[in-house]
Write a new protein. Structure first.
Length: 628
């Protein structure tokens, strides 16, 4: 068997050391030239595809991860960030085109301890890197063996560098991380010296004496859609290059910042010892739907194009074939960090088209199958005019310069109500508006009169100061109850409105809960930051309250007929007119479950201050700041 033993084979071994779980990360949370480990506070030398929590930022500590209000990975409670360099196709004329991922990324947590050994969770604040972006040749050392590739759709063996043949089902990039820790340093100057691979193999075995703490093993799989370029190969070598200017694949690398609650991860390590690899089979995990993970993203903070068609690699990285060690690019003027100002959509209601939201597209099975075109100068107005001229009633822009037409929006890729989605590529013809993204499509529908409105993709911040609604009383200080997501907000509290004379006031909910009223939802971040794991057709206020109560939260809120959120404080929210919470619950037509961008809020009247999750989180935050 080759040194790159397949995970499928290992999963068949009847031993606790073969137990593992696969964490699905459905899409990037951002694609940009940031690396808070290697280049904290500034612009990185090359671009990265980042998965995980939306707390990702130029500078990060553990508390930054805990401020995440969503994650592109599906296990609730993991706000870690996982990132790798982008992959590009280099055309014969020298220009570059970004390669899409297939299905996001999969992060494996593998039980690889020796007999009788207790594997440990990563501590808060921990971070590490595997691989070397400047390598351009392979080797037999463990660090080199930890980087590999699998050409899907072929029977070829795994390789240490990029294969020189097409992969019909995509190219899978694989990165194994060191699993032995020195027990004292959360990071090191090269971001690798505080950790080590085991003594006998990169993926299993005992730890060296100087690295006595054995972590659960971390392994990334990222599949790139290289087959989309199958008919565009040229010359005698494969045409793909990583964002660090690496056409060999030996410079592949991955970064990790720990974002779990340490106790949660340790419980999972101790109890999730099945061989299936399914996160659904671990009782420690609650999951969010894939569609919610796919809709989690953050705006880029760098005014720079890193996807689509590029004249050069971001950061002016030259393509360095090796085999000598590559030199880091210098002399390139970096763009400044900034706050994105482009609007999510273009208001075209005066032209008879309403924005329907950001949908999900598929390269192999397009969402809109009517007329399509790709052209320079594309804007949303250009696209809707094209579709209208062809007799279509649905228009969508994608990937900055593409336009698609149809007459309906299939459920498979329909926008998620209240979420902006992943449409964040500026239009080729107008950088102030968004024209979809990679596998994301900005959708507009033909409309007339009162029906001509734009979808609600977020509620503006209230005109009053940011507030935090306590669950224990109508006048308690929010500072006692603020979750990590709201620790920086004002300590003012809202006065709860009286229960309205609607059917919600008489709704049957668990004893000890009462209806509070209709409140705005800030959406990004969510005013109640914790999603339930059963949103959809069976929603009712009782179901939502029961779920939030079971998780120890003191506030529950239903929204847009079929969504449920939990928390201990309402952040960036204000009372809304009760008439705005007007949507019947998807699972009980006799109740109202919020509305577009507004929550029907319920609170526990029996929660004790001393036992509240919010107080515990607040104390843990102080403890972990001290630790760091």
């Amino acid at each position: 068997m080759s040194r790159f033993e397949s995970l499928a084979y290992l999963a068949l071994l009847a031993s606790p050391a073969a137990a593992f779980w696969r964490l699905p990360c459905k899409s990037p949370v951002v694609v940009e030239r940031l690396d808070p480990i290697v280049s904290p506070g500034g612009v990185s030398t090359h671009s990265h595809t980042v998965m995980g929590g939306n707390g990702f930022a130029p500078t990060m500590d553990y508390n930054s991860t805990q401020a995440s209000t969503c994650s592109s990975c599906t296990v609730i409670g993991d706000n870690s960030n996982y990132w790798v360099p982008n992959l590009y196709y280099q055309a014969e004329d020298g220009h570059f085109e970004s390669v899409d991922q297939i299905g996001g990324a999969t992060v494996y947590y593998l039980q690889r301890g020796v007999d009788g050994e207790e594997l440990k969770a990563f501590p808060p604040g921990f971070r590490m890197l595997s691989g070397d972006p400047n390598k351009r040749s392979g080797g037999d050392d463990l660090a080199s063996q930890a980087i590999s590739y699998h050409c899907l759709g072929t029977s070829n063996p795994e390789t240490g560098g990029l294969p020189n043949y097409n992969c019909p089902s995509g190219l899978r990039q694989q990165i194994f991380f060191p699993s032995c820790w020195n027990g004292k340093d959360l990071d090191s100057s090269d971001h690798k010296s505080h950790v080590s691979f085991p003594t006998t193999a990169f993926d299993n075995g005992p730890c060296p004496a100087d690295y006595p703490v054995h972590f659960i093993s971390l392994f990334y799989e990222i599949t790139w859609d290289t087959n989309a370029f199958a008919d565009r190969w040229h010359g005698n070598s494969q045409p793909f290059v990583f964002s660090n200017g690496d056409p060999t694949g030996y410079g592949s690398h991955g970064d990790f910042i720990m974002g779990w609650e340490e106790e949660h991860l340790q419980r999972a390590i101790n109890t999730c010892t099945n061989l299936s690899g399914r996160v659904e089979d671990c009782p420690e995990f609650s999951l969010i739907p894939d569609s919610q993970a796919e809709a989690c993203y953050i705006d880029s903070v760098i005014n720079e194009q890193v996807t689509g068609t590029l004249a050069q690699l971001p950061g002016c990285n030259p393509v360095q074939e090796g085999p000598n060690y590559a030199q880091t690019s210098t002399g390139c003027v970096n763009p400044q960090l900034y706050s994105a100002t482009a609007t999510t959509f273009k208001d075209l209601t005066s032209d008879g088209w309403g924005y329907a939201g950001c949908g999900r597209d598929n390269f192999y099975s397009r969402l809109l199958t009517g007329y399509s075109t790709s052209q320079a100068g594309m804007t949303n107005k250009v696209c809707v005019d094209l579709c209208e001229s062809k007799g279509f009633t649905v228009a969508g822009t994608e990937y900055s310069n593409e336009c698609y037409c149809g007459n309906s929006i299939p459920d498979s890729g329909a926008p998620i109500p209240g979420l902006p989605g992943n449409c964040k590529m500026a239009c080729d013809g107008d950088a102030s508006e968004m024209c979809g993204g990679a596998a994301a499509i900005s959708l507009y529908t033909k409309c007339t009169g009162a029906t001509c409105v734009n979808a609600n993709v977020g509620v503006s911040a209230p005109s009053v100061a940011a507030t935090s609604l306590s669950a224990s009383s109508t006048s308690a200080s929010a500072s006692e109850y603020a979750t990590k997501a709201s620790e920086s907000e004002s300590s003012a509290s809202l006065t709860l409105v009286a229960a309205p004379t609607t059917n919600n006031a008489a709704a049957s909910v668990p004893t000890g809960w009462t209806y509070t009223g209709c409140y705005t939802d800030a959406v990004f971040p969510r005013s109640l930051p914790n999603w339930s794991n059963f949103n959809g057709d069976h929603m009712s206020n009782s179901a939502c309250v029961t779920f939030c109560q079971s998780k120890g939260f003191t506030l529950a809120g239903t929204e847009y007929s079929g969504q449920c959120f939990c928390g201990d404080a309402l952040v960036d929210s204000s009372p809304a007119d009760e008439s705005q919470c007007n949507m019947a619950c998807s699972g009980n037509a006799n109740e109202l479950c919020g509305g577009p961008g507004v929550l029907s809020v319920w609170r526990s009247t029996t929660a004790a201050v001393g036992n509240s999750r919010a107080v515990k989180r607040h104390l843990r935050a102080h403890q972990k700041r001290t630790f760091e």
